[in-house]
Design a protein around this ligand. Structure first.
Ligand code: IMP
Ligand code: MG
Length: 174
């Protein structure tokens, strides 16, 4: 069985950092109307908290993707399980992701959205595990950089469970 061995980021720290990210995004996108895309399902909770801290005329969209990340391919490959509904040609697109691990998913997805003609594409990830990177992808906005530990909660899952935990916890398998 698996168990949570420690709380890595508590509710208070999450709220503080989300407010900071929202303020930064609001400033950077002043005068713009970005399409803000939630990557399902992991970013749902972060997305809901973050968009309420961005006082701009944003538009919502969602996508579900999965990567066949391979160290062999520099671009990786992304499978679109559910596509967004907006035409993003000439639009500013802000992708909201739960965590950047190998970087393969976001590297491929941003390349695809660029190909669709977006005016700009930025990625905001709540968590980042830089030590796990397999490509040169870096997000534009990061909540917290964390060590190489498997984490759950605040949208992140293990076998589809733990997404509803209000904090980020370290999960250990035994
Ligand atoms: P990558 O950057 O292409 O390797 O993919 C990142 C995805 O892997 C995230 O969107 C998560 O779905 C999943 N993931 C990576 N690390 C963790 C973790 O520690 N807990 C839960 N999911 C994770
Ligand atoms: Mg994910």
């Amino acid at each position: 069985m698996e168990r949570i061995t420690k709380v890595l980021i508590d509710e208070e720290k999450i709220a503080k950092r989300v407010a900071e990210l929202g303020a930064q995004i609001e400033k950077d996108y002043e005068g713009k109307e970005p399409i803000v895309v939630a990557i399902l399902k992991g970013s749902i909770i972060f997305y809901g908290d973050l968009v309420r801290k961005i006082k701009l005329p944003i538009r919502f969209d969602t996508m579900a993707v999965s990567s066949y990340g391979s160290g062999m391919s520099s671009s990786g490959n992304v499978k679109i399980k559910k596509d967004m509904s907006h035409d993003i040609c000439d639009k500013d697109v802000l992708i909201i992701e739960d965590i950047i691990d190998s970087g393969n998913t976001m590297k491929s997805l941003t390349a695809l959205l660029e190909h669709r003609g977006a005016k700009s594409i930025r990625v905001c990830a709540f968590l980042d595990k830089p030590s796990r990177r397999q490509t040169d992808f870096e997000a534009d906005y990061i909540g917290y950089s964390i060590p190489d530990e498997f984490v759950v909660g605040y949208g992140l899952d293990y076998d589809e469970k733990y997404r509803n935990l209000p904090y980020i916890g370290v999960l250990e398998l035994s």
